[in-house]
Design a protein around this ligand. Structure first.
Ligand code: F6P
Length: 552
């Protein structure tokens, strides 16, 4: 399969982008030429609405872009992925998160049964939690869940629990601990009652240092709280693909929920890794989350390119990179409930697409994954939006709006939130010309010399692209569809750029180097280190010695 950079379409697209740039194409021109543009450049899928009319795309650019998926074999690659082909070639694994939402992969007939068993186990635990029969060392019903996990074993469940908090069952509180910094666990445990607390150790590999260190610290905390040592294991459930390691840690076999190698960490929310979500909102609502994602799966698999939302979003990313040279993308959810979405998407997109070689190991011939960042509106408006409006580097934005308030009886306040969201997209596109700002200042009584001095500072270039995604309301199905939309956009980009979306070898080196550095910090053995690390270790040890002396 070819990447876009090897396809015959790419040079044509490059030429066309160059021509449009030299013409000085503006978004305003495009809307003048086609008064229907806002309506036409929009689509719906799985209950989501996307308006993508604010990109510098004329009809020829769109025509060329729409040739890329076929030129790169995207439809076949997607079917192969859904059907269980080992699309993660560097690890020889399939990526079957879609099977967790009910798609039956043709090459892996064993998978649906595994999915069914996983869901049944989750359901039994949720039922026991609900009826109070889920207990730990004492007869007290469990009321607090602490999920210990990191990366994909943390970000998805944490996002979903927060986003769906209004569906939360009244008797259960969920907390998330991920950082190896002991402060994270310490702060969480401060207010908890050990009798009613259950820890979920979420780790596909059951090898991740942060997770194991926090799980051991949680075990010690229970010991300090005088839970009888022989009963401590009752406070733990493990979710892992490495059940033997979980047993070795001390988790009872009956309390281990298996994951499977075909579930990638950052795509694992839909697996038993979603247990804190299911426990928090109930199993029926968790199934609705899966159902919403399944609707997006079907759309992605069956819809022709021009109307395919994930594919269109992937193509727009490619175009913005080519046309504007943008290398970052902001995601701005206008919903406090989606505050964690940018963090979640950072792992999903940057761990998947931060690659410099193609699937066969040769260097990529053009740019691949970009920086993803953002925070909820309206907070960002009072910090980094200045950069979006007047910075030298245009940053394409995804605005995400929810039409119905997530808080009861707050519709009028919610309308203001929505108005801010719409205003930002409009401001990015229209900007404020020098003439406009001059007129405004003169009308306000400023003398001409002063107005001319200020005009460059007040002028806003505009002509900056954005997508607007709208959800009617934020609930399990729409959240499922939204997350699946981004998953599929990422998968499509991986195919189009010719890279492996599903591995993450880059994160391994830092883990491997941590051992010698930890030893150096402890024992001062710095000979094998590089000069900067040596210097930093000496400094850290000197400081630690000083603190010890002062304490002594
Ligand atoms: O280090 C990166 C990573 O491997 C992610 O891909 C993964 O989601 C995370 O660590 C956690 O891994 P595990 O679930 O095996 O603890």
């Amino acid at each position: 399969m070819k990447s876009i950079y090897d396809s015959r379409v790419w040079p044509q697209l490059e030429d066309h982008a160059r021509a449009l740039r030299s013409e000085g194409l503006t978004l305003a021109n495009l809307f003048e030429q086609d008064p229907d543009r806002a309506r036409i450049h929009a689509m719906e899928a799985a209950g989501l609405y996307l308006n993508h009319s604010r990109h510098h795309l004329d009809s020829r650019a769109m025509e060329l872009l729409l040739m890329l998926p076929d030129a790169c074999g995207l439809p076949t690659a997607i079917r192969d992925q859904f059907n269980g082909d080992a699309v993660n070639r560097s690890e020889q694994r399939p990526a079957l998160h879609t099977a967790l939402r009910g798609y039956e992969p043709a090459c892996r007939r064993d998978v649906p049964e595994q999915v069914g068993q996983q869901l049944e186990q989750m359901e039994a635990l949720c039922d026991a939690l609900e009826d109070g029969s889920l207990t730990a060392a004492t007869d007290h019903p469990i009321q607090t869940i602490v999920n210990i996990g990191i990366g994909g074993s943390h970000l998805g469940p944490a996002l979903a629990c927060e986003a769906l908090s209004r569906f939360r069952r009244p008797h259960v509180q969920c907390h998330f601990v991920s950082n190896i910094d002991p402060a994270d666990l310490h702060q969480t445990l401060r207010s908890l009652d050990p009798r009613t607390t259950l820890f979920l150790i979420a780790s596909k590999s059951f090898r991740t240092e942060e997770t194991l260190s926090n799980a051991r610290a949680a075990w010690q905390w229970l010991e300090q709280q005088e839970v009888p040592p022989a009963l401590i294991h009752r406070h733990f459930i493990a979710i892992t693909a490495q059940t033997a390691r979980a047993r070795e840690f001390g988790v009872l076999s009956g309390r281990i929920l298996p994951m499977h190698e075909w579930t990638g960490g950052r795509f694992s929310l839909w697996s038993a890794i979603g247990l804190p979500v299911a426990m928090s909102i109930g199993m029926a609502a968790f199934r609705d989350l899966l159902e919403g994602a399944a609707r997006m799966d079907q759309h992605f698999l069956e819809t022709p390119t021009a109307d395919n939302m994930p594919v269109m979003m992937a193509l727009l990313d490619i175009w913005d990179r080519l046309y504007l040279g943008s290398d970052s993308h902001a995601v701005l959810p206008y919903a406090q409930a989606l505050a964690r979405l940018p963090d979640y998407l950072q792992q999903l997109e940057m761990e998947s697409l931060g690659k410099s070689v193609t699937r066969d190991g040769s260097p990529v011939r053009g740019p691949t994954g970009q920086v993803v960042w953002g925070s909820p509106g309206t907070d960002g408006q009072h910090s980094f939006h200045q950069f979006l409006h007047q910075g030298t580097q245009p940053v394409p934005v995804d605005f995400i709006a929810i039409l119905q308030s997530t808080v009861p009886h707050k519709e009028s306040a919610h309308r203001r939130l929505l108005a801010h969201c719409l205003a930002q997209g409009r401001a990015l596109m229209e900007g404020r010309s020098r003439d406009q700002v001059m007129q405004e200042m003169l009308a306000a009584g400023l003398d001409r010399a002063e107005a001319e001095r200020l005009a460059p500072h007040r002028t806003i270039p505009g002509n900056r692209p954005s997508n607007t995604l709208m959800l009617t309301e934020l609930g399990p199905p729409s959240l499922g569809a939204l997350l699946a939309l981004y998953e599929h956009k990422v998968a499509a980009l991986g195919v189009l750029w010719g890279i492996n979306t599903f591995d993450q070898w880059g994160v391994e080196l830092g883990k491997a180097l941590c051992g010698p550095l930890a030893a150096a910090l402890e024992h001062g053995s710095t000979e094998a280190l590089d000069p900067v690390s040596r210097e930093l270790v000496h400094r850290s040890r000197e400081r630690a010695d000083r603190i010890d002396r002062d304490d002594g």
